[in-house]
Design a protein around this ligand. Sequence first.
Ligand code: AHR
Length: 328
Amino acid sequence: MVKRSLRKILGAVLAAVFVLALSGCGKGGEEPGDGRLVLGFSQIGSESAWRIGNTKDIEEQAEAFGIGLMLENANQKQENQIAAIRRFIAYKVDVIAFSPVVEEGWDNVLLEAKEAGIPIILVDRDINTEHQGLTTCLIGADFYKEGVMAAEYLIRKADSMGLTQVNIVEIAGTANSTPMRQRQAGFMDTIKDDSRMRVLESIDGDFLKSRGAECMRYLLEKYGDSIQVVFSHNDEMTIGAIPEIEKAGFKPGNDMIIISIDGGQEAINVLKEGKINCVVECTPKLGKALMETAIKLKNGEAVEKLIHPAEQVFSDETDVSKIEPRGY
Ligand code: AHR
């Protein structure tokens, strides 16, 4: 009983905070509902430079398009995202967008949004649902292709070094998340017919720097100098792993081939130092496409089902000193 009334009070406070936040971003003191599109966006968390850059880009683009943005950070928890979506429905936003932390478990809340007539945009990651037509589109990277590009680099590198056997450890992203599943699939599908490639172990690093370090310590203890390649699913985990490799007496980028994904500034700096060999870009700049799509949905126009941004590979195969500042 007490819990329920506390929840009610919290709901009212949050709604008031939303209104204040929205009126703050209006032009010339406009109130939400003055014809301005209101977009509710549930962000996964702040686990990486990528994620922080993605949030900043969405905020900047909402401002540039004159869209009222209700942004909630779920701190890596699916239940927080579900609660945020329910608040957006209660507030009657025009469009809801979210970056799902994992792929499963969204049917109920998305059915509620559908019943309320609010269109849903997936940003960055995909979901699996039992019901059809719960979302309108997905704006995010082609993670499978990123895995393929990482593996293609490795094959070229192994050729250039004349390696006859290549022992790989994989530090993977959050279990059951789209980037983890698809990056792994793209990488494995590409190396599977190359008899030199052997994956010693794949381990879950949850896209976090601290977990990257932990995973690397474990892998070094278990496999030591047998490790020739570290394939890490994001920069954060790579940056966590590198000092552990050094502490164990190895030179990252030299004694071990280091492959990362994202292309944030910190990782690019480490690539320039020669401690990372290859970084596959995953751009967090999805805000513009998100705003354009939200406007189309509000106007009842058709939208593209899948929008993948163009991405590139940064590696020791080219002059890395020429890489432009990354902005995240
Ligand atoms: O979903 C994109 C991934 O999530 C990025 O590679 C990672 O850094 C982020 O946390």
